[in-house]
Design a protein around this ligand. Structure first.
Ligand SMILES: Nc1ncnc2c1ncn2[C@@H]1O[C@H](COP(=O)(O)OP(=O)(O)OP(=O)(O)O)[C@@H](O)[C@H]1O
Ligand SMILES: [Mg+2]
Length: 285
């Protein structure tokens, strides 16, 4: 079976897409011994900044090993152009940077294809035939990756763009973190509308996780509303992620935050693992 492709998506910014794309799937890799490919499809490339040192990131960029290669076989001389040569996409494994592997099973690893600001160019180009070419190249590249890894995770940006449509064209599943506040739920409504749209076919399965829940506080009205709403109630995970200083981004640390040597990480690691295992169960992994 080709690997599932999970898009971390919510049209609301700052809800934890990147944080959970990294940490939940790091736990899935370690707990379930699955090879995981993380792909940073956000032009802001926060996932890459979080997981790669500046030096590694620059060396991947200078050797052209970024997510741009999933859309085009080679760079263009004009930045605002798309390479439409009919070259077979390279195996995405060739652009992936291996972050960790399991000592007991060295062929099981978690790897990252770095994001790049250059992905913004697809928002400026209006030539539909060239954009379609890039999207088809991406679909082909992802289908190759699906036979190399057990799970592919796409970290998406919050705006609706060409990249969002490309992600939805290949996603079997959508993983939507939601903050328990009323503004966060607006983004979720937009995700629903997008995956319901006839152009997104087959519709990916939606999985919602409450993120940043405050310990010791009672369940918010927003969470109550989602848990009873007809469309959302079967899609929301039982396990939740609490607000945690361990998960908060730090400018002085690169890597998985759950590996930082801090005292209170056991609890959050358990929560991340529970979400990962529940999600895998829903995806049949
Ligand atoms: N459970 C949590 N506990 C504490 N901090 C969190 C938690 N989840 C996310 N954060 C912090 O919230 C901020 C936003 O998270 P993140 O960047 O993952 O959101 P995002 O949805 O990917 O944002 P964007 O829409 O900009 O891509 C980050 O500083 C992150 O460290
Ligand atoms: Mg993000």
């Amino acid at each position: 079976m080709p690997a599932p492709v999970v898009a971390a998506l919510n049209m609301k910014g700052g809800v934890g897409k990147t944080t959970l794309a990294a940490h939940v799937f790091r736990e899935v890799f370690a707990t379930k011994s699955l090879s995981v490919l993380l792909i940073d499809l956000d032009p802001q490339y926060n996932l890459s900044q979080q997981l790669l040192t500046k030096r590694t990131y620059e060396s991947l960029g200078s050797s052209g090993k970024t997510a741009l290669r999933l859309f085009e076989p080679a760079p263009t001389s004009d930045f605002f152009d798309i390479n439409t040569s009919k070259m077979e996409p390279n195996n995405p494994k060739e652009f992936a940077f291996q972050l960790m592997y399991l000592v007991t099973k060295p062929n099981k690893n978690i790897s990252l294809i770095a994001g790049t600001f250059e992905l913004t160019k697809y928002s400026f180009i209006s030539d539909n035939s060239k954009l379609n070419h890039a999207r088809d190249h991406f679909k082909h590249a992802i289908s190759k990756a699906r036979s190399e890894y057990d799970l592919i995770v796409l970290d998406m940006n919050p705006s609706s763009s060409f990249l969002t449509l490309c992600g939805l064209a290949v996603a079997t599943d959508v993983f939507s973190p939601v903050r328990p506040d009323k503004f966060s739920v607006l983004g979720l409504d937009l995700v629903k509308r997008l995956i319901d749209h006839p152009s997104v076919s087959p519709a990916p399965n939606l999985h919602i996780v409450m993120n940043g829940v405050r310990r010791g506080h009672s369940i918010t009205d927003t969470e109550k509303d989602i848990r009873v709403a007809d469309f959302f109630k079967d899609k929301i995970l039982t396990n939740r992620i609490y607000h945690s200083g361990v998960l908060a981004a730090r400018s002085d640390y690169t890597g998985f935050a759950s590996e930082r040597k801090v005292a209170n990480k056991i609890q959050i690691s358990g929560e991340l693992r529970n979400v990962g295992v529940e999600l895998c169960g829903r995806m049949g992994l």
